[in-house]
Structures are given as C-alpha cells and as structure tokens.
Write a protein that binds this ligand. Structure first.
Ligand code: BDR
Ligand code: CA
Length: 307
C-alpha cells in the first residue's frame, strides 16, 4: 500500500463526528496524528469531552487538543436539537482516562504541519474557527498543508438557512479565511452528504457486528433526526468527508470557484459556488457532488467490521 496520509481531524462531536472518528481510526489509508476540537454542535467543553470519550471507546491514545470556545467574530450557535444537550444524545460512554494535550488546537495544527514537512492534511468536520485562527496566527501555515477536506457548505441550499450549511453558518469569517487561503480544498458539502446515507436496515447490520464501536456507530447514527432533508435514511455528513479523504474512488467531483458570503441578512454563510459563469475565476475547490451510495454503505460496513 502507498504511504499513509498524515491527518488531523478537526471536529465538534456531535453524533456524525463520532461516526466519522470511528471510521477514520480503521481507514488504513489514514495516519491520524491528532484530533482538535471546536465549539459547534455543542459548547467546546462538551465537544472536547466527547472526543476524549470516543477515543476511549476506540482505544486510541492519539493527542486531543481543544480549540476555540467561540467563532472568530460572532457569538456561538449550537445544534442541541440535532445532537442532544450533551452532543451525543445522552448515549452512555466510558469516562476518558486521558486528558487534552494542553496545547491550543491552532498550535497543535501548526506544529504537526511543520513536523510533516508539507504532507499534513486536515479533515475539518466542524466550524472552521480553529483553522481560521491558525491561518491568522501563522503566516507560513498555508503552504505547509497539503490539503483540507471540509464537511461544510453546499453549492445548493443550506440546512440552517436557505443559504447556509451549519459548519459555515456558525463561523463564516473563519471559513472565508480558509477559502481564500490558497490551500487545496475539497468540499464535501450537503450536495454529496445528503446522498451518503445509510438505510435503517444497513444501520442495524452495522450494530449487529456486535463490538462496542459498532454499537456506538449505530446508536449515534440512528439518533439522526434529519428526515426532512433525507427521508431515505440517516445522512453521514462527517463520515463522507473521512471516506473521501481516505480515497476518492466512489465519489464524483467538479472543480469550481467557491467563496463564503460573510454579510447579508439572508445570505450570510452561503458558499457561493461558480462552476460555469462568465465571471468564473481560477477554481480553488474540488467540489464533491455525488457518491455511489451502495458502495459507500458497503465501505462503511467493511470498515466498521475491522473493530
Ligand atoms: C454538519 O453540521 C453538524 O451538525 C454536523 O456534525 C455536520 O458536521 C452538517 O451540516
Ligand atoms: Ca460536525
């Protein structure tokens, strides 16, 4: 097999973040160097505790570094109606034996980028605050990161407002910094993640694998209450970004230009997407638009069977 990809997962667990972490640690293509947490689905103390508890369930000692308590320039927005007050729908998990590193997420990202000498990739599945701060603090960071795979945004409509997807809506200014950074970006937005769903039967099959990790995967995913977006099953937003980062074979993409709207009462947080206009500038994004869903579901099950 070719060299494993060194990655940091920047996340806000979160039910689908938890599913993403469970998968990532059994993707042989990925060498997970660290996890960073951010305020998003719930407050930072909760996302961090959840990340530590999920690591405990996985049995990994990967360093976890906490990041921003709030977005760069606006007040936090949470999603307890999607993920529960604790961020994991009250699902009981072992208390973590390990603690956070004590480093700030943005410093952990920078230090790992230096250590990996241009090979580090980031899988960002929460609001982009930590990356925005990292890029603001370290002038030379952009050229040190090989690629960021983002779960966020959409070429089509949003899930918080008609225009904005949650991760971008929460911190549009940070997202704007990331989208203007020049770092190669792959965007797994709602366009693809609403197609990356598991049916109730497929989910039950994963739970029936019987390991604590498979049962946790089933529990966090079946709590999904996004029926109005995806009546066929539970969309795996953050897991789609992890599987794309591990290998793009089952996905379809298009190169395009994308920027984040930071003003506008209706449009704030929109990822403005230009695939074919006369005004189109040099594409800065690989936009992931589709997935072979059957293969996606099979791949998820096969990865979860590795526990
Ligand atoms: C995204 O928002 C969060 O609620 C999920 O964890 C995912 O990252 C989907 O819009
Ligand atoms: Ca998330």
């Amino acid at each position: 097999m070719s060299e494993r990809i060194p990655v940091i997962i920047d996340c806000d667990p979160g039910c689908d973040d938890t599913a993403a972490l469970l998968l990532a640690f059994r993707c042989p293509e990925l060498d997970i160097r660290g996890i960073t947490t951010v305020s998003g689905n719930v407050a930072l103390d909760k996302t961090t505790r959840n990340a530590l508890r999920v690591c405990e369930t996985i049995g990994t000692g990967v360093p976890v570094s906490a990041g921003a308590v709030k977005p760069m320039f606006c007040e936090p927005v949470y999603a307890p109606h999607v993920h529960g007050e604790d961020g994991l729908q009250g699902i009981p998990l072992p208390e973590p034996q390990k603690q956070v590193t004590g480093k700030h997420a943005w410093d952990a990202i920078y230090q790992e980028a230096v250590a990996q000498d241009g090979k580090l990739e980031i899988i960002a599945v929460g609001p982009l605050t930590n990356l925005g701060i990292a890029l603001a603090k370290y002038n030379d960071l952009a050229k040190r990161i090989r690629r960021i795979v983002i779960m966020g945004g959409a070429a089509a409509g949003g899930n918080v407002t008609p225009c904005a997807e949650f991760n971008i809506y929460v911190d549009p200014e940070a997202a704007d910094i990331v989208f203007k950074s020049g770092i190669p970006l792959c965007v797994c937005g709602l366009d693809v993640t609403l197609k990356a769903y598991l049916t109730a039967d497929e989910l039950r099959e994963i739970g029936a694998l019987g390991t604590p990790q498979a049962k946790l995967f089933e529990a966090v995913t079946s709590q999904n209450c996004e029926k109005r977006f995806c009546p066929q099953g539970a969309p795996l937003h953050d897991p789609a970004a992890v599987l794309y980062a591990a290998g793009d074979g089952i996905f379809s993409v298009q190169r395009c230009w994308m920027r984040v709207e930071t003003s506008g009462t209706i449009t704030r947080g929109k990822t403005v997407t230009d695939c074919y206009s006369d005004a189109q500038k040099e594409p800065n994004v690989t936009l992931v638009l589709d997935v072979d869903r059957k293969k996606f579901a099979a791949r998820v099950k096969e990865i979860m069977a590795r526990y």
